[in-house]
Design a protein around this ligand. Structure first.
Ligand SMILES: C[S@@+](CC[C@H](N)C(=O)[O-])C[C@H]1O[C@@H](n2cnc3c(N)ncnc32)[C@H](O)[C@@H]1O
Length: 193
């Protein structure tokens, strides 16, 4: 398997370390196409595509300025864009537009073009607010076998995951990853019981 190395990505790799491992393990376990809400530069989309070369990766992201309108990331000099996502995919020989497909919009609503599809894994890494996580869960809950939430260290994401747990989804994996002097990043995976 192609190893994921951060140095090929332009912009930032935002799903890394133990969280990258969790994402790839779930993609290999819950086989089917993959959908994510929040793609940015594409690290999670590329990780998923590398974990299962047979599946299609659907990305939902408006790419409208993660750092504010027309502002670049001061750490890297880039802002997420379809062109940058395509360039990053090309570094891993992943065909953009065929294996990785961008649905350039905010969620909700769920994109009409893929409304009738079912997926193995759905990854929620969009705006991380309570309302955002719940809306993303609502959009994915009947379409995915497994859901992954990033930034579970945030109170808003914990609150956003609660309705899923109350509805009978089980938390099956939880990893933490050091983030320097801040609270460690956490990621969780849940599946329907
Ligand atoms: C943390 S980044 C995603 C990182 C990416 N998953 C990775 O691992 O590289 C968050 C992204 O979510 C997108 N976003 C924010 N709100 C959204 C929404 N309601 N629907 C879809 N994407 C959203 C932003 O445009 C941004 O690119």
């Amino acid at each position: 398997m192609t190893q994921f190395s951060l140095d090929k990505i332009k912009g930032r790799s935002l799903t890394t370390g133990t969280r990258a491992d969790l994402l790839q393990n779930m993609v290999r376990t819950y086989v089917g196409d993959y959908v994510e809400i929040g793609t940015a530069y594409g690290s999670s989309a590329i990780l998923a595509a590398l974990a299962n070369p047979k599946m299609t990766v659907h990305c939902i992201d408006p790419m409208d300025g993660m750092y504010g309108k027309n502002k670049i990331d001061i750490q890297t000099g880039y802002h997420p864009s379809p062109e940058l996502l395509e360039w990053n995919c090309m570094q891993y020989d992943i065909e953009y537009g065929k294996r990785v497909i961008l649905h350039r919009q905010k969620h909700p609503p769920f994109p009409k073009a893929i409304a009738d599809l079912q997926f193995g894994v759905g990854y929620i890494d969009g705006d991380h607010s309570v309302a955002g996580c719940i809306a993303d869960y609502e959009g994915l809950k009947d379409r995915c076998q497994c859901l992954i939430f990033d930034n579970y260290e945030k109170g808003s994401v914990k609150k956003g995951v609660k309705p899923a747990l109350a509805a009978g989804w089980n938390l099956i994996e939880r990893v933490a990853e050091s983030s320097g002097n801040k609270q460690p990043y956490q990621m969780v995976a849940i599946v329907r019981s």
